[in-house]
Design a protein around this ligand. Sequence first.
Ligand code: SAM
Ligand code: F3S
Length: 491
Amino acid sequence: MRFLPVLSPPLSPPPADRQDAACPAPAAALDPDGDVTASPDAGFVPREKRVYFEVFGCQMNKLDAELMTAVLLEEGYRFTPEVRDAGVVLYNTCAVREQAENRVFSKLGALKPLKRRRPGMVIGVLGCSAQNHREAIFERFPHVGIVCGTGEFLRLPELIARARTEGPVAALDLDFEHTPRFTRTRSFGPSPQQAYVSVMRGCDQACTFCVVPRTRGKEVSRPVREIVDECRALVDSGVVEITLLGQTVNSYGKRLAKGRVIGLQHVLHELNKIPGLQRIRFITSHPRFMTSELIDAMAGLEKVCEYLHLPVQSGSDAVLRRMLRTYTVDRYRRVVEECREKVRGLALATDVIVGFCGETDAEFQETVKLMEEVRFHGAFVFRYSERAGTRAAAEQADDVPDEVKRERNQVLLRLQSRVSTEILRERVGGVEEILVEGPSKLDPSRLTGRNRANQIIVFPGRADEGLAGNLIPVRITEATSLVLVGERVPA
Ligand code: SAM
Ligand code: F3S
């Protein structure tokens, strides 16, 4: 059975910023030792309805957290920034690297004494680690009440109620084709002008290092109509920039219609027609699925930004083979060439893993060479972290010493910092169209925003000018390794 719950606006604003941190609650007069919190937005909220929510990991996790926030708000739950004030403590977890997982496990351990003092408190482990470790979490942390995987989080209110009355509950079904879908009518994300929209879930690739296919299951694409309807509703609520999300977003459309090829380009064409929508992005693309049709759509549709996140992972064919990435370095180069030829001013970002099983110095140098040659606008560099349940963990030795991984990581970070600064400097003197995001966190006399290439620009302005969500021209006067600095010019 499928249903499409459509959200009405909540009574209070959702948590504003969940980036690896506790969600701030709506302004509230907290009474941590009492059972009721007085909140200007939520009225009097009993402790059992107060949620402390921490979110770890990728954008997909943040979007899942947004949808969880929405179902909880609908059921009368409200958010608190204090664990000791909460009746429900939730962690939306990341399993991609060991470090992220260990952070959550140590937080769970630290909650034991509080749970002993407050047996009514419900602790939930949600998302990728929950899916990965399943019921074993209850064995290691018997004070946990909910283990809920990536396919069942819309059931959270029911699971919280059951954990209170029946004891520990697990919800780990991954059958997305038959699980409920969720269509939003407004964004619950950190900014009212920007929204993330999932076009697909899961991943059909089998990269040997990656735990995601295990934690998120097989690829299932949402129908084009459903995505377009959600985007329209978001735009009606004030959103001007939409980023489409998928683990391999550019393989979108598989198995959607028998006998017809549907690709991400079809979604882009439809979204490009929505009045009021200003910018469209999509992340993350896989080199294997970067078709000419998609590149042409990027080049031809004015709302699609010139930004592409295309993880390469390594510059060595031998390493790519061991990773089962299904492309060669040469194929990657050709894809980049076609994208740069057709999409003028393209900003290219990538992911790289250093120290993968058996990576020799010579193989690492091939990555250095590729990065020097391609000159990415940005690169996320990761030290390989062995993950239980992956093919690499079962079949290949994690044999590159930690200090070598660290050293290689530093080499690539230095290289990228130099290249990014050089690329940013090329923009000095030009006028850019900036989507204003809001006041700078470091300097309230300045505003920040992004250009179409996803680069951050800081420029003079005040929050009370009400510019957030507007596109304005800014002249670039200076570049650092991280941001551009600019001055406003008349529109
Ligand atoms: N779907 C994306 C793609 O097409 O490659 C990547 C998803 S993954 C969550 C994000 C990034 O984490 C990957 O691109 C990879 O660089 C990194 N990553 C994944 N597994 C890793 C591991 N075991 N150790 C280190 N980095 C890893
Ligand atoms: Fe992971 Fe590879 Fe999919 S990196 S998310 S298995 S494309």
